[in-house]
Design a protein around this ligand. Structure first.
Ligand SMILES: Cc1cc2nc3c(=O)[nH]c(=O)nc-3n(C[C@H](O)[C@H](O)[C@H](O)COP(=O)(O)O)c2cc1C
Length: 182
């Protein structure tokens, strides 16, 4: 069976914490880089996928401290901010790579919004994460809670200071998990 694959991701970009230092990642955050790399790697295997960026209607600011403050509030209150409309033809996808940065040890709030806005029953969700050292931590449990009828498979994780390793990490993951994408 050939899968219909969506790569849905949220990525902050702007100022971020890398190796305990505040670094300006510019327009393209780490998770966005990882999502694009995944899409290219799939294409090299002649597997088509569609990229979709999850964006809060009120964007996070550029600065690290303001992002930290808002995300802390969302984390503590369990808020799910309004986000952009989902991808066209969402229903037809059977496999969703779901990419996000580890925020507060778990999912950034826009990912929670995406899971609440979309029916995931029976779909395979493959989370992938970029992080400052804590890998998936509580985020897989959080996905299970928001998508109780989805089939959840563990994807890959890339540490923020080692983004250049993304092509190798993704290649290795794809080699081991070919049946999930072929
Ligand atoms: C608000 C905020 C909270 C974060 N919390 C964590 C955390 O709890 N654990 C961790 O390992 N990294 C944490 N990080 C680091 C990010 O996960 C890491 O820099 C990631 O690669 C950023 O991806 P992005 O550029 O796609 O947003 C946090 C970063 C931000 C901005």
């Amino acid at each position: 069976m050939s899968h219909k694959i969506l790569i849905a991701y949220f990525s902050h970009g702007g100022e971020n914490l890398v190796d305990d230092q505040i670094v300006d990642l510019g327009e393209e955050g780490n998770t966005k880089k990882a999502a694009k790399c995944l899409s290219e790697k799939l294409l090299q295997k002649e597997i088509k996928s569609n990229l979709f960026e999850i964006e809060p209607l009120i964007p996070y600011g550029h600065g690290y401290e303001e992002t930290l403050a808002r995300s802390r509030e969302e984390y503590q209150s369990g808020a799910a901010p309004l986000i952009n409309d989902g991808p066209n033809g969402y229903e037809a996808y059977d496999t969703i790579f779901l990419g996000y940065p580890n925020w507060w040890g778990t999912l950034p709030a826009p990912i929670v919004s995406f899971l609440r806005d979309h029916d995931t029953a029976g779909k395979t969700i493959i989370p992938f994460v970029t992080h400052g050292g804590q890998i998936f931590l509580y985020s897989l449990e959080a996905i299970k809670k928001e998508a109780p009828e989805a089939i959840i498979k563990e994807g890959f994780a890339i540490a923020a200071p080692y983004m250049s390793s993304a092509p190798y990490v993704i290649d290795e993951w794809l080699q081991k998990n070919e049946e999930l994408v072929k």
